[in-house]
Design a protein around this ligand. Sequence first.
Ligand code: NAD
Length: 496
Amino acid sequence: MQQINHYINGRHTDKSERSAAVFEPATGQHKANVSLASAIEVDAAVELAKKAHGPWSEMTPLNRSRILFKFKALVEANMDELAAMITREHGKVLDDAKGEIIRGLEVVEFACGIPHLLKGEHTEQVGGGVDAWTLNQSLGVVAGIAPFNFPVMVPMWMFPIAIAAGNTFIMKPSEKDPTSVMRMAELLTEAGLPDGVFNVVNGDKEAVDALLTHKDIQAVSFVGSTPIAEYIYQTAAAHGKRVQALGGAKNHMLLMPDADLDQAVSALMGAAYGSAGERCMAISVVLAVGDVGDALVEKLLPQIQALKVGNGLEGEMEMGPLISAQHLEKVRGYVDTGVAEGATLLADGRQLTVADHEQGYFLGGCLFDHVTPEMTIYKEEIFGPVLAIVRVKDYSEALALINEHEFGNGTAIFTQSGEAARHFCHHVQVGMVGVNVPIPVPMAFHSFGGWKRSLFGPLHMHGPDGVRFYTKRKAITARWPKGNSGQAEFVMPTMK
Ligand code: NAD
């Protein structure tokens, strides 16, 4: 049985007292055990990261960036191996796993520009013989806590910018799929990253709580479900840290009657069923405006029934299993609830079995029609391959539903009307908006984040907000007077 421990100060550690089982979702087999760190082990990692911070932050930004360039090349060279690790532990199909690595690498590419990104502002002669400028300096030791659904990309939203800016990092991956982060830690060492700059501490609530309350952790980045995001935000902030905590979602597609329906249906298939719906930017609700609902169902249903569901390691599959037996039960429970609450179940994935994978956590694509806003399957995040169609009379009713929902991560409008699209972009209360784009995940040089209960904290992930989050500003005002400049002044100094 494979044993996964921690990666601290440039090497793998011994096993912790407690461990958790890691499963292969496609087969349901127990494949590995992962160590769960105690508070004492977290302390030891933070101590080493703190020691590494001094020399690392003194290294020139250009040299830090050069290590990231090498890391990028190593990830590309090991792409197949990393993608297979993701697929084996998460279940998503191989090409999707590669896609997540590429989206993560884009943040590495952005972080390689750190010499430029760290430049401050400068004003000459703010007063007679006085100049002013700003410095952007590292915070110290910072921590990242990741969810299971993007085991490579979400950590890469965090650590490349953090370490490029001169911080040292403690990563706490999901205990459900920790292997690919451990491999990235090895590749960072191979790229020349000094020991202690990037550390992986595996664990559960005990390790997370130790990070949230540790006096030497300066900032915490979190991505996961909303109840935990809220807890992370409150606890870490109460312990004096900067926090960005990204939570759950219920992303709506607003489908206007004038949309190109074929294009919208293709977009919807990928956005609702890709990665078995386990994406925070998955579309889980379609608001079908006017009479577009019937035509939508007619085109959508055969495609859902034709979905190729199976082991993601086998080529040609479009959808893999869910992450765990518990999550499969939870999602099936939502489907049962939808039926009990009176929605029309047009595609029922509960009956699916995959040959030679009878113990795998598979669920076929599910489609509900005539869902209403009072239903549980409308209100709650399901995080599975379950799409709900809500029929609405007009655009205004659709917009109001999106704006009233508790989550505000992503949304999309499909239309050929520039006027409707512009109105939507301006008035919708959601952090990331697509116009004929179903999953509007911003590129690495923009920032990623939702509104409402999809994000706690003011700064989004990566892009300019990422640089801002992982640096503190210092404003300097300087003059070089000759001799004694005059008498003491007891009034508020003003520039003359
Ligand atoms: P989760 O909240 O269960 O776990 C996330 C992390 O928190 C894990 O590392 C886990 O070990 C830790 N954790 C879990 N319970 C904890 C507790 N009680 N105390 C302290 N730490 C705890 O989330 P998940 O199931 O791994 O991921 C799925 C969720 O993540 C979905 O809700 C999804 O929408 C969300 N997500 C959001 C985004 C976004 O950008 N907004 C991106 C990806 C995933």
